[in-house]
Design a protein around this ligand. Structure first.
Ligand code: NAD
Ligand code: WQD
Length: 336
């Protein structure tokens, strides 16, 4: 089975290409390297021991899709390619609406035209906003988006659902990722943040590596056990495996259309201070941090109930927070 992986050179995409290979799928990568580097391809090839076919092209170009679909017999798509910086999306909303929404619409049109009927979409726990109760299940309310980026995930979920409803044969799954962290244990692929990382774990590892200054802990006055905000940090390899489970499910669907969405997290919430402690335990290193004011737009706490993923996808995480932080650190040492 041949799977087109848009954004396959990126953080989550590269790990997913490896897991697809481990599960017997062939990946074709489509990426314009706007937020990734070609060395990710070399890393993937080293891990899987074979070359990977890739197209360096933009998902916004109709000709990209025509070329790929005419040259490859694609059974399904995993659609990672998107812009993902929440802050930038406030500054440049149209970039996000074009790259994340318009390109997804184009992809769906081209899938219809070329009779490619299976799609896994990268959604996000950001759709839940500040949840009314925890953990969040798939029945928890979707809250009004607080950034253009968050809005693109909500809108794309709806676009995909409506598209499925309008056909007799299209299958799609949206995966709502919680906070992906870590790297492949080989240290051959991992996250390559551009500039100063906004996310906790890449900033923390760069701070410990001496690339950045002290880590700011944004707020210790949240209504949580230690006052710092709580998230569900998932090892990127566990997250990658969820895509294989989703594809397996799509490809075995009987005649007819199918749409569903799943939480992909660990089910455990960890505070910022708990992440720091787990990092110190995993690596034996000290983190230099200071408590600073809350960051605008941050929510107090979100973590997943993953019962539905376990029951329907047959997927659950295998790695711990310490595994993820240890792998994140080993990757940081490799790239520093
Ligand atoms: P990433 O930036 O590392 O990967 C995205 C890849 O898509 C990059 O390689 C980039 O070059 C490519 N790309 C972007 N625009 C493109 C275009 N127009 N044409 C072709 N390629 C293009 O991001 P990631 O962390 O791997 O995230 C993957 C997906 O998961 C995104 O859709 C993101 O919104 C979603 N997501 C990420 C997180 C997270 O915290 N990392 C959480 C929830 C959801
Ligand atoms: C985690 C916690 C910060 C940096 C973002 C996006 C979301 C999703 C994942 C895609 C928060 C605290 C952080 C730092 C800190 N992506 N923190 N010091 O905010 O949960 O989610 O990435 O869909 O849409 O909004 O992740 O890693 O930025 O922050 O104290 O230097 O760490 O305040 O509590 P977040 P994060």
């Amino acid at each position: 089975m041949k799977i087109l992986v848009t954004g396959g050179a990126g953080f989550i995409g590269s790990h997913t290409v490896v897991e697809l290979h481990n599960a017997g799928y062939e990946s074709i990568i489509l990426d314009n390297f706007s937020n990734s580097e070609k060395k990710a391809l070399a890393g993937i090839e080293k891990i899987i021991g074979k070359s990977v076919k890739y197209y360096e092209a933009d998902i916004n170009e109709p000709s990209t899709w025509d070329k790929v679909f005419s040259e490859q017999d694609i059974d399904g798509i995993i659609h990672f390619a998107a812009a993902k910086a929440v802050g930038e999306s406030v500054e440049k909303p149209l970039k996000y609406y074009r790259n994340n929404i318009a390109a997804t619409v184009l992809m769906l049109e081209k899938m219809m035209e070329h009779n490619v009927n299976n799609l896994v979409f990268s959604s996000s726990c950001t759709v839940y906003g500040e949840p009314d109760s925890l953990p969040v299940t798939e029945n928890s309310a979707v809250k009004p988006a607080t950034s253009p980026y968050g809005n693109t995930k909500q809108v794309c979920e709806v676009i995909i659902k409506d598209t499925v409803s309008s056909t007799k044969h299209f299958h799609a799954i949206s995966l709502r990722y919680f906070n992906p962290i870590g790297a492949h244990e080989s240290c051959l692929i991992g996250e390559l943040p551009l500039g100063v990382p906004a996310n906790l774990v890449p900033f923390l590892t760069q701070s410990v590596a001496g690339i950045r200054g002290q880590l700011a802990v944004y707020g210790n006055d949240y209504p949580t056990p230690d006052g710092t905000a709580v998230r569900d940090y998932i090892h990127v390899v566990d997250l990658a495996k969820a895509h294989v489970s989703a594809l397996d499910l799509l490809l075995k669907q009987p005649e007819g259309n199918y749409y569903d969405f799943f939480n992909i997290g660990t089910g455990t919430g960890s505070s910022v201070l708990e992440v720091i402690t787990a990092f110190e335990e995993a690596t034996g290193l000290k983190v230099d941090y200071a408590i600073k004011p809350r960051r605008d737009g941050d929510i107090t706490a979100v973590y997943a109930d993953c019962t539905k993923s376990k029951e329907i996808l047959g997927w659950q995480t295998q790695k711990s927070l310490k595994d993820a932080l240890g792998d994140a650190w080993n990757w940081q040492k490799k790239i520093s």
